[in-house]
Design a binder for this molecule. Structure first.
Ligand code: FES
Ligand SMILES: [Fe+2]
Length: 355
């Protein structure tokens, strides 16, 4: 399967890396990661160039990895520094390395051309460092599903009424239309449900008992980051769209790391402007998110299984699929720009999204 390579993917939460050799499979490539003495995270191809022994099964010595088979030793920059029993180190004795960058407790990795790895391209939000907001890292959700299906679920406000009836949705939103826009490589799907009972999440964390206005803005940054801005405020306030900070506002962030064509790791976390400094609330929110995302997992794995079975019809597309259509169009364009840089890749997303 082809992937977008020139982009930052999440290799893991910062807490996942230490002085042990950790193996991760990203875009079907095996990578060995470890923390260097200077605190940075090194990422190398997890394969010795001699007999292909995974380096993650070797030993970390200072900042170098000693292969577990014949002891060839590679520094964190991929260069070979020792071949036991031989003086000369041939030019071919090196291992590929991957740029990494750590920010806000997240380790990012660049799987494409190293000279294009600009940390300014990493997904960020001002709320990560705003003292009026709390940042809380959640889990790594393992999904037996292609990342494209996972991403489609993350630009799809329409499913929450049916998949998450006790946590993130309720019947009040079933027939509220979804608005879809595209801003560069970001697909934005949104809707407001005005003057309706609060969903379970905001009953628990907003303290709302009467009707609320509730919003959902799904910002899907192609290919693999989704920021879901959702919240509620007392319906009597008739909150304007651009004053969402005055309500109880959450960003649920999902970082998808494609492992292979049928497996994706979705690391999720949240930012919130309520119960700031209250880590118990953060942990309780995790519990609700775990319930909700387990519901998505059931759906995503079931449709993946069906997708792999023979079929004679193409899936139909509905009005709610405009966001997913935009998304697939953007990803195709990104892949084409990398694999056929001279080809004409410009086009009109509205043509494919209108189908
Ligand atoms: S396989 Fe690594 S040194 Fe031989
Ligand atoms: Fe969902």
């Amino acid at each position: 399967m082809e992937y977008v390579r020139n982009t930052w993917y999440v290799a893991g939460w910062s807490r996942e890396f230490d002085r042990t050799l950790a193996r991760a499979t990203i875009l079907e490539e095996n990578v060995v990661l470890y923390r260097k003495n200077d605190g940075g995270v090194a990422a190398l191809e997890d394969r010795c160039p001699h007999r292909l022994m995974p380096l993650s099964k070797g030993k970390l010595k200072d900042d170098c990895i000693q292969c577990g088979y014949h002891g060839m030793t590679f520094d964190h920059d991929g260069s070979c520094v020792r071949i036991p029993g031989q003086e000369r180190i041939p030019e071919s004795a090196f291992v590929r390395t991957y740029p990494t960058h750590e920010r806000h407790g997240i380790v990012w990795i660049w799987m494409g051309d190293a000279d294009k790895a600009d940390p300014d391209l990493i997904f960020d939000l001002p709320q990560f460092t705003d003292p009026k907001w709390s940042m809380h890292h959640g889990d790594a959700l393992h999904l037996k599903s292609n990342y494209l299906n996972v991403a489609e679920n993350l630009c799809d406000p329409a499913h929450v009424s049916f998949v998450h009836p006790t946590t993130l949705g309720n019947a009040a939103s079933e027939n509220v239309p979804v608005t879809t826009e595209r801003a560069g490589d970001v697909v934005i799907t949104s809707r407001w449900i005005r003057d309706a009972p609060p969903i379970g999440f905001f009953q628990k964390f907003g303290g709302f008992s009467g009707n609320v206005d509730r919003w959902h803005y799904y910002y899907l940054h192609a290919p693999c980051v989704a920021a879901i801005d959702f919240g509620s405020s007392d319906a009597e306030l008739e909150l304007a769209e651009d004053r969402r900070d005055e309500g109880v506002r959450i960003f649920a962030l999902h970082f998808m790391t494609p492992v292979n064509a049928t497996y994706t790791i979705d690391r999720w976390m949240h930012l919130r402007n309520t119960a700031v400094e209250d880590e118990t609330a953060g942990a309780q929110m995790d519990e609700l998110f775990r319930v909700a995302f387990a519901e998505d997992k059931v759906i995503l794995e079931a449709i993946q299984e069906e997708e792999l079975r023979p079929r004679s019809r193409r899936p139909i597309r509905l009005a709610i699929d405009k966001g997913p259509n935009f998304y697939r169009w953007i990803v195709d364009k990104m892949i084409a720009a990398e694999t056929q840089p001279d080809a004409e890749t410009a086009g009109d997303a509205s043509q494919s999204a209108a189908q």
